[in-house]
Design a protein. Structure first.
Length: 286
């Protein structure tokens, strides 16, 4: 059985590759830059880009199962090429945001387009729909924790059910390797609803230090996040937080049902990523 992993150097894709290798599958990995992929020995690494489907032919030849990173603009063309190549199972990295059908959710529309392309292809499919990734905290707070030792954010009491990327990879690998997941859309959350303030406390505990949480207004947050995020994403994030205060999210046990063990806690995620929050010092040269 040959499995192609697209987005193979991403935070989830890289771990999917590792799990497939450990399971003994023949693994191919698609990446834009094979020279810097740093993937396990034995993985066939192909240069290719989902935004340029014409680059995928070699990687798809002889592939039976496909882990698909979501790129909506070319999804139909990519899926058509996969079907022509003989792919019989596709596992899509999607998002719980597809459940918002208001038409105003940027992420939901993005992922729904990919799901639709796969579902209408007739190929056996599984959709893996994580809720908010704990790794989002790296770009939200990583810089301020490393450089200032504090966090500024709105809605400190807003709880989130953050999912460890390793759990997402475990579920995706199970769907690729095992039978019984066809036609399933797995919404994944962490095992607990944890407020933003408590998230900061967990990161501080993992670092063995204190990290103050400074609450700011939504408008201040818009200005802060707008420096590195597009406006629709900024509004989506702030909207999620505001809604969570009034209507707290409820953790799901999907990870445990699929894998037979509970999802990893946020404290575990913080411990796994402690080095990402540690201060970085410039090298001193003589």
């Amino acid at each position: 059985m040959t499995v192609l992993v697209t987005g193979a150097t991403g935070s989830v894709g890289r771990q999917v590759v590792d799990r497939l290798v450990r399971a003994g599958a023949d693994v191919r990995a698609l990446t834009r830059n094979p020279a810097t992929a740093r993937l396990p020995q034995g993985v066939e690494v192909y240069a290719g880009d989902l935004e340029r489907p014409q680059t995928l032919a070699a990687a798809l030849g002889g592939v039976e199962r496909l882990y698909l990173f979501p790129v909506p603009d070319t999804a139909r063309e990519v899926v058509a090429l996969a079907k022509e190549a003989g792919v019989r199972r596709i596992v899509v990295l999607s998002s719980s945001s597809v459940l918002d059908t208001s038409g105003d959710n940027h992420s939901g529309e993005h992922h729904r387009a990919v799901e639709r392309a796969v579902e209408e292809s007739g190929i056996e499919w599984t959709f893996v729909r994580p809720d908010e990734f704990a790794t989002n905290i790296l770009w939200k707070w990583g810089h301020s924790i490393r450089t200032e030792g504090l966090v500024r954010a709105p809605y400190g009491n807003a709880p989130r059910v953050l999912i460890h990327e390793a759990d997402v990879a475990d579920v995706a690998a199970a769907a690729l390797l095992q039978d019984g997941h066809a036609g399933q859309a797995y919404v994944l959350t962490g095992p607990e609803a944890i407020t933003q303030a408590d998230q900061v406390r967990a990161i501080a505990a993992a670092l063995g230090t204190d990290i103050p949480f400074e609450e700011i207004t939504p408008d201040q947050a818009r200005e802060q996040m707008g420096r590195f995020m597009p406006p629709p994403v900024v509004e989506m994030v702030i909207g999620y937080l505001a809604d969570a205060v009034e209507d707290p999210p409820v953790p799901l046990d999907t990870v445990e049902k699929v894998l037979g063990r509970p999802a990893r806690t946020f404290a575990q995620w913080a411990a796994d990523h402690a080095a990402d929050f540690a201060p970085r010092h410039e090298a001193v040269t003589a």
